[in-house]
Design a protein around this ligand. Sequence first.
Ligand code: G4P
Length: 285
Amino acid sequence: MKLIQWYPGHMAKTKRLIKERLKLVDVVYELLDARAPISSQNPMIREITSNKPRIILLNKADLANKQAVDKWIAYFEAQGLKAIAINAMHGLNVNKIVGLSKELMKEKFERNAKRGINVRPIRAMILGIPNVGKSTLINQLVKKRATKVGDVAGITKHLQTIRIHDELELLDTPGILWPKFEDQDIARKLVLIGSLKDSIVAMDDVVVYGMKFLINHYKEAFEARYDITADSEDILSIFDAIGKRRGCLKKGGVVDYDKVIDIFIHDFRNQMFGKIMLDRVDDDV
Ligand code: G4P
């Protein structure tokens, strides 16, 4: 069974649009979910950003395990990329983005200045999958200090830039990329963190995956939450045990599995099992 449908037509159009916009910018901010930096990354980004300098922003760091996120930062840095953990909602590290961008562009701008080319603000663009926090980050940057500076001169009518800093402008429309769905586990992880809509997937499948993942990697937290002993080979018994513990029973005392699904999803998304990392550097993600 295919968990998610794939729309190549839509993707081709989005890719074209983003490529057009990329011509206007100096640096790309690739926004990823700190809990799942690989699953929330679109592999197409490398191809379409080609030689553009790129900064990896691991967002929602408040929901992720700090040590694990630090390992991801080292992982991206080993690829020659700049990477930082941020919390777009509350602003953690958001003020470091300008400095990093300036570092990235320093050489080029100095070269240009020597050739007599006017130094202008760096122009940046945010790229990321839906729900990763693109609008929240734009708002946070705007809140810090910003004025709209109008249409990008002579290029397009509907794209605006926002002056974030004397030396940095941001395209006010982020590039929305869809995640890669070739691997169904990626889709399952993105549903668990709320990046993909529940309505497009079979939630029982996602919950079974989520429970097995927790039993394999965070067994104690999972068992403690429901006061059960869990065996990943016997998920049905786990559904029954949780249902009974939580009184999710239909007429005749039969466990209401839909309610168990809702409880698990709610618990997962509200960090009731702790700061769960769905992609881990040490695993073969
Ligand atoms: P998008 O533009 O990339 O689609 O994402 P958007 O900014 O709309 O953010 C999606 C959800 O993620 C929002 O929750 C937002 O508040 C939350 N979010 C963004 N950044 C952070 C962060 O650093 N930490 C945490 N904990 N949450 C963050 P929402 O409005 O409640 O939407 P939803 O959860 O109902 O989808």
